[in-house]
Design a protein around this ligand. Structure first.
Ligand code: HEM
Length: 398
């Protein structure tokens, strides 16, 4: 079996096999360096990354942003230079002081009022979606449920008019397809530009007539046009794709573990929060983020050199047997559950973790209350990616 985490072939292997490789890597004495082939004008240049696969290494690197920097880009593949120059940087790819400045502005805009509205909205939208599922048709869970909730929540938080939601979804799919191993045709710059244009339009209106939504708060805090656009694109890609995958994984997990689903049905209030976190741990919707080492550093007895890239492998850290008893068991009563699905802590920790948990619990509360027998009727159709754990189709019945 190929060990080469830098080869696309590795990410096309079944999840079980990848998990077995991570387990072997966790047991080695030192983190492993994986050389990467480069294409285009960088062909032949030495490149590669050191994989941090243990929980304690991922946490330590996440919490030392002065050494483990984000400025070179954290996604795989890295954002293109032209895109960063043209569209501005989203905060996930920035270091301090700019990151702290932007995160401060954005965090202030997630006011109790904005979050309370979002929570009410999540319950309302979840009920509406569950209502349409009740039409009695079997079908694809991703299109019918998982893709709808996160998109509507973010768009309504931002104040994007309902008439534009379908367009936004199309553009999110095209934009995020650059991190998949099989790209959608025609994706890229034009989609990003359209998203930025849309948000600029709404911002322009909110400047004159504030409406209590996130865009109004952000323009009041003086976030510029480019920054607003790149923040919205980040929210869409970070908040829609991830949560959609988490919701789809959740149904697949409940189907494969009927005893856990029975437990959840006995008392949703009690088990719901643990369910959300265990779904995130078990499925790791974001598989990895990258960092670049700024100065030579010793990490738990091993030296990493300045300039080197490291992979923070959340998918592996979330199965670390030194932290999680029987890590391959899906157990919604797991407590504590210090998973790193939303990041390993530190200044880039997921800004939407609370929202994502709310979305997962709200939609399954609605679905399981109305259709206790809801289940996947076949395995998920995965999109191979080294970056996220993406499900594009999941047949289901109620
Ligand atoms: C299941 C759903 C989600 C997962 C698994 C997830 C995971 C992550 C991870 C792993 C990071 C990087 C953390 C780090 O580098 O330390 C992150 C960052 C981020 N997430 Fe999420 N996320 C989810 C949902 C959301 C939602 C719903 C939103 C928006 C409301 C969101 C917004 C963000 C933003 C803005 C960042 C960048 C923060 C920064 O760089 O300061 N995420 N997320």
């Amino acid at each position: 079996m190929s060990w080469q985490l830098s080869e696309p072939a590795f990410w096309r292997r079944p999840e079980r096999e990848r998990a077995a490789v991570f387990a072997r890597l966790r047991h080695l004495d030192a983190p492993v360096f994986f050389p990467e082939r480069r294409s285009g004008r960088h062909a032949g240049a030495a490149a590669g990354f050191t994989a941090l696969v243990r929980h304690r290494d991922v946490v330590a690197a996440s919490r030392r942003p002065e050494v483990f920097r984000s400025g070179h880009g954290v996604t795989t593949p890295r954002p293109a230079r032209w895109a960063r120059l043209l569209l501005g940087d989203s905060m996930v790819n920035l270091d301090d002081p700019r990151h702290a400045e932007l995160r401060g502005i954005v965090a202030r805009a997630f006011t109790p009022r904005v979050l309370a509205r979002a929570a009410a909205d999540i319950d309302h939208v979840a009920a509406e979606i569950a209502g349409t599922v009740g039409a009695g048709r079997d079908g694809d869970f991703v299109t019918a449920v998982a893709a709808v909730l996160p998109l509507r929540v973010i768009c309504s938080m931002m104040g994007i008019p309902a008439a534009r939601w379908t367009q936004v979804l199309r553009q999110v799919d095209a934009t995020s397809s650059h991190t998949a191993l099989r790209r959608m045709p025609g994706s890229g710059l034009s989609d990003l530009l359209r998203l930025q244009h849309l948000v600029a339009e709404v911002a322009h209106r909110r400047r004159r007539e504030p409406a209590g939504d996130l865009i109004s708060a952000l323009v009041a805090a003086d976030l510029g046009r480019r920054e607003l656009g790149s923040f919205f694109s980040l929210l869409l890609v970070a908040g829609v794709e991830t949560t959609r995958n988490a919701i789809a994984h959740a149904l697949w997990l409940l189907t494969r573990h009927p005893e856990q689903r029975d437990l959840l049905l006995t008392d949703f209030d009690r088990y719901g929060p643990g369910f959300a976190d265990e779904v995130i741990r078990y499925s790791s919707p974001i598989v990895q983020f990258r960092r670049t080492v700024a100065v030579d550093v010793e990490l738990h007895g091993h030296w990493l050199r300045a300039g080197q890239d490291v992979m923070l492998c959340y998918a592996s850290a979330n199965r670390d047997e030194t932290v999680f008893a029987e890590p391959e068991r899906f157990d919604l009563t797991r407590s504590p559950n210090p998973h790193v699905g939303f990041g390993g802590g530190g200044p880039h920790f997921c800004l939407g973790a609370v929202l994502a948990r709310q979305e997962l619990t709200a939609i399954f509360r609605q679905l399981l209350t109305r259709f206790p027998a809801i289940r996947a009727t076949g395995p998920p159709g995965y999109v191979p990616s080294s970056f996220d754990h993406r499900i594009r189709r999941l047949p289901f019945a109620i």
